[in-house]
Design a protein around this ligand. Structure first.
Ligand code: BDR
Ligand code: CA
Length: 312
């Protein structure tokens, strides 16, 4: 089967970095057409630079990388240096990237690529949904060119940036609303599933044993990023949020899903960014998203470890 054409929209970020390695290690299945970056975990000048550093490290200096929106649609930017560090990639030191940043804006790259493609394209989103929302507003015709959009975002139960909200949706709830109300085939990989993908010491040992520059980078990133979440949640390792999106694209049978109507809270200060998932269809609204509910975590880490080994 031909590789699925995808565009990855991201805000690297430690777990975004691992997701990028994961995708780039599987060219037979995922044909990454470009990487678009957005402000999120750290400001845009860092997310675009980090994306370039990571692609160079992974041997993909040829990949086009675009900078997108520097702030959310309506709210001021909130970043997550307490989790990802000041650089967004604390725990590792990468040289200044040599590969260029493309001059085209990420939103225009998304629109042009979707509209010019002979086949539909899948979007994998790992950060706030600002770029995708702006593309949908600027050129709604892209909808029919999107095969699927797999989003790391939202929470069915507890949030991580507030008790109600997950970080990516909280940073730009209005953009998430635009995406979820566009009639697109949206899949939500929420915190409820990513908190099942815990990088335990045993799983990290298997990655460490690969003993390559990529495995060392993954371990360095997780040693830094792990401490915050391990302390807060009392878990034996960090949850690998964004790589779950890539695993879902590579091997969906590792996951269980259900259809549900999802809306985003955009007005209440207390619960802004909450993804309200009507799991039992009490509103009788038609589903607008596939909610990923469970993951085979051992299968996920086997796939991820193989991918990291393949990038040596
Ligand atoms: C999400 O927020 C970011 O900090 C991570 O990169 C991930 O995309 C998890 O809530
Ligand atoms: Ca992210």
């Amino acid at each position: 089967m031909a590789a699925t054409p995808i565009i990855i929209d991201c805000d690297p970020g430690a777990d975004d970095a691992i997701a990028l390695f994961f995708a780039l290690a599987n060219p037979d299945q995922l044909n990454v057409l470009g990487i678009t970056t957005v402000a999120g975990n750290v400001p845009l000048p860092l997310t675009q630079k980090n994306a370039r550093c990571l692609c160079e490290l992974a041997g993909h200096a040829d990949l086009p990388i675009y900078a997108g929106c520097p702030r959310p649609l309506l709210r001021p930017l909130i970043t997550a240096e307490e989790v990802h560090g000041r650089t967004g990639l604390d725990g590792i030191h990468l040289p200044e990237p040599q590969m260029p940043l493309q001059s085209q804006h990420a939103v225009d790259f998304l629109i042009d690529t979707l509209m010019q493609s002979p086949q539909k394209i899948t979007l994998a989103t790992l950060g706030p949904l600002t770029n995708i929302a702006v593309a949908l507003i600027k050129h709604p015709e892209i909808c029919s060119q999107i095969e699927a959009i797999v989003v790391m975002g939202g929470a069915v139960t507890q949030g991580n940036i507030t008790p109600s909200a997950e970080f990516n949706v909280y940073v730009d709830p209005h953009a998430a609303h635009v995406v979820l109300s566009a009639g697109l085939p949206v899949t939500l990989v929420t915190l409820d599933v990513t908190h099942q993908a815990i990088a335990t010491p045993e799983r990290l040992d298997a990655i460490k044993a690969i003993n390559s520059p990529i495995s060392a980078a993954v371990i360095g990133l997780l040693n830094h990023y792990g401490t915050h979440d391990m302390q807060r949640y009392g878990i034996p390792g960090p949850p690998l949020h964004d790589p779950c999106v890539i695993a879902y694209l590579l091997q969906p049978d590792l996951f269980t899903t259900r259809q549900a109507a999802v809306t985003v809270e955009t007005t209440s200060e207390l619960t802004i960014g909450r993804t309200v998932v009507d799991r039992w269809n009490v509103t009788h609204q038609p589903p607008n998203a596939t909610i990923v509910e469970t993951i085979d975590a051992d299968g996920f880490f086997r796939l991820l470890t193989q991918a990291i080994a393949a990038l040596t």
